[in-house]
Design a protein around this ligand. Structure first.
Ligand SMILES: [Zn+2]
Ligand SMILES: [Zn+2]
Length: 294
């Protein structure tokens, strides 16, 4: 038996709907059959809560939260959500709790991790509900998370000047970056957080995890905002080869990459903002551990 899947963009950089707000951040509300999953939590609790209210989404009904990675713009609403839901599973890669930094072009260094949220007391208090996702695993019967994404392509990198220390001595490969995915009759739908692992690396990994199923859609942050022309060209080439039918870039994809993807894939590129929603027939239709997926 398969269940229908419905995605709503809850937090995103751009907002088109009436009353909803945009901010630099990302959150998806996923209705996976009878289950409700929040994938990322935006940058601020205010925007997450406000948009949820105007989109008719009850955050307290979430059955679980998945974090794509430990950056402030994906984790800022976490505490507020958990305050409303009580104890529900929180799926995250162990690397998501690291302190991390970004160096801007002017040399200034900014802390961009989620230590204010994912600090020691928080992790200790919620030890029993944390689900570590170094490997791929089931979130619900229908939905899975990739776990750590192997870096295979020679043209993708984390997409910025990222470090694990304030002195900028240890580069941050953002090993915790992960995507969620589910099956539909037309192929796999992949949701990206920031895409620091590389959109193409992530799609290759999902294809491997699903036994080579076709890729139906990729929706989410592709972190191409600072990408070179060569990287953009190779990304387009790979998306064409992978025959992804729906391409809906969000958040940190960047205007140049958005324009290029819209131009190169006029029938496949979909504009996407706060309030955009997608519905797919689907689900792995199998057991809770995902063994039923094709
Ligand atoms: Zn990020
Ligand atoms: Zn981001």
């Amino acid at each position: 038996m398969t269940q229908s899947m419905r995605l709503t963009v809850l937090v995103e950089n751009t907002a088109f709907g009436r009353h909803v707000w945009g901010e630099h951040g990302l959150a998806f509300w996923i209705e996976a059959g009878p289950k409700r999953i929040l994938f990322d939590t935006g940058q601020t609790p205010d925007v997450l809560v406000h948009n949820a209210e105007f989109l008719g989404i009850d955050l307290a009904s979430a059955d679980g939260v998945v974090l794509s990675h430990g950056h402030y713009d994906h984790t800022g609403g976490l505490e507020e959500v958990l305050r409303r839901t009580g104890s529900i599973p929180l799926f995250l890669h162990p690397g998501a709790v690291a302190r991390r930094f970004s160096r801007k072009k002017d040399g200034s260094v900014h802390e961009i991790g989620a230590p204010q949220t994912l600090d020691e007391p928080f992790l200790k208090a919620r030890r029993s509900s944390l689900v570590w996702t170094r490997e791929s695993r089931a979130i619900t019967d229908e939905l899975r998370v990739t776990g750590q994404v192997p870096r295979r392509t020679d043209f993708e990198d984390p997409g910025g000047d990222f470090y694990l220390d304030r002195g900028c001595d240890t580069p941050d490969p953002i090993v915790d970056d992960q995507a969620v995915y589910f099956d539909t009759p037309e192929g796999t739908v992949v949701l990206l957080g920031c895409g620091h692992a590389g959109v193409v690396n992530t799609l290759y990994h999902v294809q491997e995890l699903t036994g080579g199923r076709p890729l139906h859609a990729v929706i989410g942050g592709m972190h191409l905002v600072a990408a070179s022309d060569a990287r953009l060209d190779r990304t387009v080439e790979a998306l064409r080869e992978l025959k992804v039918e729906i391409i809906a870039p969000l958040h940190c994809t960047g205007p140049r990459a958005q324009a290029l993807l819209a131009f190169e894939f006029p029938d496949r590129w979909k504009p996407c903002h706060v309030g955009s929603s997608f519905e797919f027939p689907g689900g792995f239709g199998g057991s809770a551990d995902g063994r039923g997926h094709r």
